[in-house]
Design a protein around this ligand. Structure first.
Ligand code: DC
Length: 231
């Protein structure tokens, strides 16, 4: 029996998940869990230790890694063994490998265990690729975000540019398409829309418009819950 409210948001890279998830977490005071940051952290660790193509070593790392997530002022802060890796997990090198690491069943099992634990003691906003389908199939509200790949590439390109990362729009689009292909095509927990998820295409929406539509959905759910309570 699930006692806490869980709002789960899935969708491909740069579909608008993080913006709306952070907004809702701040507004509602819920814990924000960025599951992609966890897959990125394992990938970064594997790259640093030269084990990114060694499945057995990756599984061992996932079982033993000391991963801490925090959320502060709009940023998911990530630590491995106490060392901050917040920026290091969002590089083109990690992007190029993270989907391959995320295909490994045992790696997913370890991370899903940690993700579910967050829901034991907290109201949650959780985002990723399988949070509505596998991690929290009984989530209070499920949201599936999509957007045209060209628009998603444009958003990521601008983010990289702001950070001083020198990549062309074409390179960013190619990398996103590659991740889409692997994340949606893998055997274990592929990215897919849950039947009962609210689907929103954010291609032509500003962040404010996207947030407004989702806040409406959250209100609907809260009203339903209140109406169900005995007076
Ligand atoms: O959300 P993101 O772009 O930071 O996620 C990075 C990668 O991690 C994504 O391409 C696939 C993987 N991922 C996953 O397999 N399952 C999740 N729940 C979240 C992310």
């Amino acid at each position: 029996m699930q006692n806490f409210i869980i709002i789960a948001i899935d969708g491909p890279a740069a579909s608008g998940k993080s913006s709306v998830a952070k907004y809702l977490a701040d507004k509602l005071g819920y814990l924000y869990v960025d599951t992609g940051a966890m897959y990125r952290a394992i990938t970064y660790y594997a790259l640093e230790n030269g084990i990114v193509d060694d499945i057995d070593a990756l599984i061992k790392a996932a079982r033993n890694i000391n991963l801490t997530l925090g959320y502060e002022n709009g940023t998911t802060r990530v630590f491995i063994d106490g060392e901050e890796v917040t920026d290091k997990i969002r590089t083109p090198e990690v992007n190029a490998k993270v989907s391959d690491v995320s295909k490994i069943k045992e790696v997913r099992e370890e991370l899903v265990k940690i993700q579910r634990k967050f829901g034991h003691n907290n109201n949650l906003i959780v985002e990723g690729r399988d949070t509505t389908t596998v991690v929290f199939p009984n989530a209070t509200l499920k949201i599936f975000l999509t957007a045209d790949v060209k628009e998603r590439a444009r958003r990521r390109y601008l983010e990289f540019k702001e950070k001083g990362v020198d990549l062309s729009l074409e390179e960013v689009e190619k990398s996103i398409k590659n991740r889409d292909r692997i994340d949606s095509g893998r055997d274990v927990s592929p990215l897919t829309k849950a039947e009962d998820a609210f689907e929103l295409d954010t291609t032509d929406l500003t962040i404010e418009q996207e947030i407004n539509q989702i806040v409406e959905k959250v209100k609907e759910i809260s009203d339903k819950k209140l109406n169900k309570q005995p007076s």
